[in-house]
Design a protein around this ligand. Structure first.
Ligand SMILES: Cc1cc2nc3c(=O)[nH]c(=O)nc-3n(C[C@H](O)[C@H](O)[C@H](O)COP(=O)(O)OP(=O)(O)OC[C@H]3O[C@@H](n4cnc5c(N)ncnc54)[C@H](O)[C@@H]3O)c2cc1C
Length: 562
């Protein structure tokens, strides 16, 4: 039975950074990932990572932009920490080998990103996540004496002892289907977001909200779950992302009449307003009949010099050509807002501690909350690294002073029984894929850029029905070797739980703030709603709602214009 000081579930940027920092603090570490670590979804991150490293910039300016971007729902103490620690994180990455772009004078160069008052996004062309993930993985291998990597192991359950402390997890080896208890003094969830709850989404098929649901099921509080980000530039139909880096380099948004419509909505920032503002502007143009027939508007990247596009945006040149048949260096490409990111997640403090003792969370699975109602582009990679490192360090320092907990191996029997029950379901129910599609399309219809009570109630009713249908959805593969069918059934359960918490939180917040735009409650209402919505299971069948205060340190809420 594997036993480690610190168990990390997830090997994207948050997980790998947590593992390195825990190992540096002297802990023995296990890192578990359902895919090979460099296939974690962080590999898709494109445009860059924010830090106020330039002497003319300041961490205060970065923090304020983030607070404003969050529509004043972000916790300012945590945002200050993130902005203050950002420069050293970039330098750490550079020193271990990340080949950040350098400008003509040989210094680290930046590009502009939305909602920022300075160009403070550091990048590696439009493959920033790929570049960082591979360099961190080298470091992980270098520390293999201290860090055991369990690649292609799937975590099914988090374990609690009788005192309600998290003491590890149960994981399934995907190669042969065996289950193992992983004992740990501290467990860090770094299992990413939940994009697949929506269809389409910019997120890959592996992003199924596992960690959010697992924490919720053992009683951890979730926070800001209503805050789901629609990215302004995704391809219609398949949801593929055209990075914000394109607008950072100078691309324009145009409606079907050829008008640069952002002038109306954000006269100072145009295309570089924050994402919630730009997505709403696009959706308004589309809804009011100024979009194209395919329900899109256009992104004109020909405004960027061709040479620069080929050098700094080469991935989206490929995406445009391969997935839309468009040469973006010569003609505009049709785009629309698409689901991209969840600001909410497992509620943590600035050291990653959740409301369950012994359980930490970092990265997109977590809600610190540094993004509040709306995340600024290029602040997520920063969040994964800063809070991944802090969680790893805190967990390790605590863990090395504790004795190793043990879990009876009989605990595995319960999970074995659950998996056997899935395998033995009779054919005849709905297909897993059909339920998943209906879920994604429902969320994309009713819990999207614009919301209202009638739509949210409808979404809730559908999610509840799908939960029932999922109980009898049969699978075809009854084998043990790489049985992705059974994993798909388990992931569907996670997605349905996560979807319900999103819908319940969106119904609860009766105002418009950040990504939550309620047509029936237009306008921000600080008097009643300047607070977080916390969601927990509390043993009940329907998510329970409570509230917690927003931490304000130095920036009082004011009108938000761009
Ligand atoms: C297309 C795209 C482009 C983006 N570009 C940027 C950008 O330029 N800048 C920016 O700041 N942000 C960007 N983002 C957002 C950012 O990439 C993510 O928020 C971030 O990478 C999430 O990292 P993570 O470590 O939290 O999770 P992930 O990288 O998603 O890793 C999750 C890990 O958990 C593991 N896991 C999940 N469930 C289980 C389970 N049940 N058992 C075992 N392992 C499990 C996975 O295998 C994986 O290793 C982008 C997002 C997308 C989709």
């Amino acid at each position: 039975m594997p036993s480690h000081d610190v168990l990390i579930i997830g090997a994207g940027l948050a997980g790998q950074r947590a593992a390195l920092s825990a190992a540096e603090a002297g802990a023995s570490v296990a890192i578990v990932s359902k895919v090979h670590p460099v296939r974690s979804h962080s590999v898709a991150a494109a445009g860059g990572i924010n830090a106020a490293l330039n002497p003319e910039d300041s961490w205060e300016s970065h923090a304020f932009d983030t607070v404003k971007g969050s529509d004043y729902l972000g916790d300012q103490d945590a945002i200050e920490i993130m902005a203050q620690e950002a420069p050293s994180e970039i330098l750490y990455l550079e020193h271990i080998g990340v080949t950040f772009h350098r400008n003509e004078s040989g210094h680290l160069g930046t590009r502009a990103f939305g909602g920022a008052s300075a160009a403070r996004t550091y990048y590696v062309a439009d493959i920033t996540g790929h570049a960082i993930l591979h360099v961190l993985y080298e470091q992980l291998m270098k520390r293999s004496e201290q860090i055991d990597s369990y690649e292609e192991w799937f975590t099914t359950d988090l374990l609690l002892n009788d005192d309600g402390r998290c003491i590890g997890a149960i994981c399934r080896d995907l190669r042969d289907g065996t289950l193992q208890v992983f004992n740990a003094k501290a467990t860090i969830l770094a299992s990413g977001g939940c994009g697949q709850v929506y269809k389409p989404t910019t997120n890959g098929l592996i992003v199924t909200g596992d960690g959010i649901a697992q924490a919720y099921r053992i009683g951890a509080k979730l926070m800001d779950m209503e805050m789901v980000q629609y990215h302004p530039t995704t391809l219609a139909g398949n949801g593929l992302l055209i990075t914000e880096g394109a607008r950072g380099e100078g691309a324009w948004l145009l409606n079907a009449k050829g008008e640069r419509f952002m002038e109306k909505y954000a006269p100072n920032k145009f295309e570089l307003a924050s994402r919630d503002v730009v997505s709403r502007a696009e959706q308004t143009e589309i809804n009011e009949g100024r979009g194209f027939e395919d329900g899109t508007v256009a992104l004109d990247i020909t405004k960027v010099p061709r040479r620069r596009t080929l050098e700094a945006l080469r991935e989206i040149v490929n995406i445009g050509r391969d997935f839309a048949g468009v040469d973006i260096t010569r003609e505009p490409i049709h785009i629309k807002p698409g689901m991209h990111y969840i600001m909410g997640g497992v509620k943590t403090d600035a050291d990653g501690q959740t409301t369950i003792p012994g359980l930490y969370a970092a990265g997109e699975v977590a809600c610190v909350s540094v993004h509040g109602g709306n995340r600024l582009g290029a602040n997520s990679l920063l969040d994964t690294l800063v809070f991944g490192r802090r969680s790893g360090h805190h967990a390790a320092i605590r863990a090395v002073q504790m004795t190793m907990p043990t879990t009876p191996t009989s605990r595995v029997t319960e999970t074995e029984r659950d998996i056997a029950a899935i395998m033995n379901r009779e054919q005849g129910g709905r297909r897993i894929g059909a339920i998943k599609n209906e879920l994604g399309e429902t969320m994309n219809e009713y819990v999207a850029v614009f919301r209202d009570e009638a739509g949210l109630l409808k979404a809730h009713e559908i999610v509840r029905r799908l939960k029932e249908e999922a109980k009898t959805a049969a699978i075809d593969d009854r084998g043990s070797i790489f049985n992705q069918d059974v994993i798909g059934a388990i992931e569907l359960g996670y997605m349905l739980d996560v979807a319900e918490t999103i819908v319940v939180a969106a119904l609860e917040r009766k105002e418009s703030r950040g990504a939550q735009w309620r047509l029936d409650f237009p306008g921000r209402n600080d008097e009643e709603w300047l607070k977080h919505i916390d969601i927990s299971a509390n043993g009940g069948d329907v998510p329970q709602v409570s509230y917690s205060p927003v931490t304000i340190t130095r920036w009082q809420p004011e009108e938000r214009t761009y």
